[in-house]
Design a protein around this ligand. Structure first.
Ligand code: IMP
Ligand code: MG
Length: 182
């Protein structure tokens, strides 16, 4: 038995399905941004990392990458507290550039609301969101997701960038955490 298996209730989205959808999103983004010469993908750390790497390989439009680390206050909580802070800011300037945010999951929406507000204030040419997963049941603030991988039920998931107590981000699939492990 592999270490993660004791926490896994079921595989929700298997590796082949994840990769097929990531390729579709990459193709759609490539077509939507065709001809754009100042596209920048902004990965929200840490959860967006696997998605960014795979998605980027399917985007044929030349683009830069940058990284923004944010966290909600209060450790050990599985829910966003609504209070978000920047742990590591971008190194690039986004003013007058086409910005695409790459995030693992939109849950309450509070993290992304904060990120969008911060980036909007820097006056990009455009600002859109690409999220692998969407849990609409738990939404507290309205967020427009232009590119969405999968809509999922209100279950705590891990793998493909999403952590279970900071581990198992490396799994190639999205799995549901066993309720007795939470
Ligand atoms: P929000 O601010 O409530 O939308 O929370 C978004 C953040 O919470 C995500 O970027 C994840 O880091 C984390 N998160 C939300 N749901 C899950 C989950 O099911 N598994 C792992 N992390 C999650
Ligand atoms: Mg995250």
């Amino acid at each position: 038995m592999l270490p993660y298996e004791k926490f896994l209730a079921e595989i929700l989205i298997d590796e082949v399905t994840v990769q097929r959808r990531v390729a579709e999103l990459g193709a759609q983004i490539s077509s939507d941004y065709a001809g754009v010469d100042n596209l920048i993908l902004i990965c929200i750390l840490k959860g967006g990392i696997m998605f960014l790497v795979d998605l980027s390989r399917h985007i044929t439009v030349p683009h830069e990458m940058d990284f923004l680390a944010v966290s909600s206050y209060g450790k050990g909580v599985r829910e966003s507290t609504g209070k978000v802070r920047i742990d590591m800011d971008l190194s690039a300037t986004v003013t007058d550039r086409h910005v695409l945010i790459v995030e693992d999951i939109i849950d309450s929406g509070e993290t992304l609301k904060f990120v969008m507000d911060v980036l909007k204030a820097r006056q990009p040419a455009s600002l859109r969101l690409c999220a692998l997963l969407n849990k609409p049941e738990r939404r507290k603030v309205d967020i427009a997701i232009e590119y969405q991988g999968f809509e999922i039920e209100n279950k705590f998931v891990f793998g493909y960038g999403l952590d279970l107590d900071e581990k198992y981000r490396n799994l190639p699939f999205v799995g549901v955490v066993k309720s007795d492990a939470l």
